[in-house]
Write a protein that binds this ligand. Structure first.
Ligand SMILES: Cc1cc2nc3c(=O)[nH]c(=O)nc-3n(C[C@H](O)[C@H](O)[C@H](O)COP(=O)(O)OP(=O)(O)OC[C@H]3O[C@@H](n4cnc5c(N)ncnc54)[C@H](O)[C@@H]3O)c2cc1C
Length: 477
């Protein structure tokens, strides 16, 4: 519990109703989309950057920890106050400050919901490209901190490719501006450094983003398979033909049935896998690519390839894809989403491995993922009321991630490391690289009060953490 005078000071800064310290309020902020929990000692909801600075200075005076929070949809425990302290919720800093269509830029506060930016500009033929499947809820500040991806990462890249500048508050109260509206800046790329730093270096209070022009034509195909391996080999073959769709998403049979029962989007209930493939660009090019992709799918034994006939059909297919986690929530008390990356040529092997892990641990695992990027999302269904099952689930998840590393991949493609995978970092980074990450973090956050216990291993020193596989850290990229 925080000293009463701190609560009083916080109320002076943000107002009575923007400070939450009652147990029933704090319960709402003890979790995010991952499986861990911890309560902050207080939640503060500032309305502007000036208030953020004042909160940060107060926390410094009392040596208190700080954790930033967007919408709390994160899937690696990033926004969980694992070491207590003050949580700064950015939900009320949700204004779009500037839209400059001539220069294809926007300036937003961190609490702007991702989809709201696209909704604000789509009437004029523009959109904001990073589109996590959580885009109806997650915030641009959260996206920046996690360097979020999404289905359209394949063509558009991740958040860092669309963020040009930031305003941020350091844990000592200093306000910095990085980057700006231009495409390039001299000096170190501090915007790039802070993007993906998982709230461990600074609190983001303003974001300059790029906007994109909507393409002339968008076509969405659904390819249906009897074997997941055939869907996986289609992904590699599409690339071999030098076609880059904007999205290639894969759902396996277990996932398909849950999604269809929940959304009635028209997914086949009896298939083993589907690919959702989207193409966009100039009309003639897209129409030619649809024909070629149809051919690639059939050569890989797709039993059927459907092309969405209109925007309504297209939206329905995406609704099924983007509401998939909710569909899992209908049938299982809890689920654990993993976020491993593998080279796209290893998707079939990885799926086989995941199914073996499912058998070994006696757990249902469904798969829905950004196949074009090799970004796997095995979802392990379990019951959190059974501690032993939760333990098995975590072990199964860890085994899958270790496999991803062993085939040349990584422990996260977009959900971040957070408090879920920080102890696995030594598997991915050699000691010297990890030490450099730690030193960089310490320049911004020297007394480790900003989001402690995240991203880096929590041992006495990050280099003392024992690698979890005998092979040790990857050195082969
Ligand atoms: C159904 C579902 C689908 C998802 N699909 C995707 C997907 O396709 N792609 C993807 O990348 N992710 C996906 N996610 C994960 C999640 O939505 C993203 O990581 C998202 O970027 C988190 O945004 P948020 O606003 O919820 O941030 P939070 O979860 O609140 O916070 C995330 C991190 O950012 C920090 N933070 C937040 N705001 C600030 C700030 N202003 N200053 C400093 N630190 C801050 C927090 O401390 C935390 O470390 C999905 C999640 C769900 C539940």
């Amino acid at each position: 519990m925080l000293p009463a005078e701190v609560i009083k000071e916080l109320r002076k800064i943000v107002g009575e109703r923007a400070v939450l310290d009652q147990p029933h309020d704090l319960m709402l902020y003890e979790y995010d989309g991952s499986v861990d929990k911890a309560q902050p000692e207080c939640v503060v909801l500032p309305s502007n950057a000036r208030q953020v600075v004042a909160i940060v200075k107060l926390a410094r005076q009392y040596n208190l920890n700080l954790v930033g929070r967007g919408a709390g949809t994160g899937l690696s425990g990033g926004a969980i106050a694992r070491a207590g302290g003050i949580m700064i919720g950015f939900a009320r800093m949700n204004r779009i400050l500037e839209i400059d269509l001539d220069n294809e830029r926007a300036v937003v506060e961190p609490g702007v919901v991702n989809l709201d930016l696209t909704l604000a500009v789509q009437g004029q033929g523009y959109f904001y490209a990073p589109d996590p499947s959580s885009q109806r809820a997650c915030t641009i500040g959260g996206n920046v901190c996690e360097n979020a991806g999404g289905p359209h990462t394949l063509a558009y890249g991740v958040t860092t490719n669309h963020v040009l500048g930031l305003e941020a508050v350091l844990p000592d109260g200093m306000v910095i501006q990085t980057g700006g509206k231009e495409l390039d800046h001299s000096g170190f790329d501090l915007t790039g450094l802070l993007t993906g730093s998982e709230g461990t270096m600074a609190l983001v209070t303003k974001v300059v983003v790029r906007l994109m022009r909507k393409p002339e034509l968008v076509k969405t195909l659904l390819a249906i398979y009897e074997e997941p391996e055939d869907a996986a080999s289609t992904v590699a073959d599409i690339t071999a033909r030098q076609i880059t769709p904007v999205a290639i998403e894969m759902l396996d049979g277990v996932m398909l049935r849950m999604v269809e029962e929940a959304t009635h989007a028209g997914y086949p209930m009896d298939a083993s896998a589907v690919l959702l493939i989207e193409l966009e660009g100039l009309r003639e090019a897209v129409e030619a690519q649809v024909i070629e992709i149809d051919e690639v799918c059939r050569l890989n034994r797709a039993r059927e390839v459907r092309v969405a006939r209109n925007e309504q059909e297209r939206e329905l297919l995406w609704k099924g894809r983007k509401n998939a986690f909710g569909a899992v929530g209908r049938v299982s008390p809890s689920y654990y989403v993993q976020d491993g990356v593998v080279p796209r040529t290893r998707i079939a092997d990885t799926l086989r491995f995941i199914y073996r892990v499912s058998d070994k641990y006696g757990l249902t695992i469904s798969n829905i993922f950004h196949a074009g990027d090799g970004n796997m999302h095995p979802i392990i269904l379990f019951n959190h009321h059974r501690p032993e099952e939760m333990e098995r689930t975590k072990q199964a998840g860890g085994e899958i991630l270790e496999y991803c590393i062993s085939v040349g991949g990584s422990i996260t493609g977009e959900h971040g490391v957070g408090m879920e995978k920080n102890e696995m970092m030594p598997l991915l980074f050699p000691p010297a690289s990890l030490e450099m990450i730690s030193r960089l973090k310490n320049i911004f956050n020297p007394d480790n009060r900003l989001n402690p216990g995240k991203l880096l291993p929590t041992g006495k020193g990050c280099l003392e953490v024992r690698p979890m596989v005998s092979a040790g850290a990857r050195t082969d990229w």
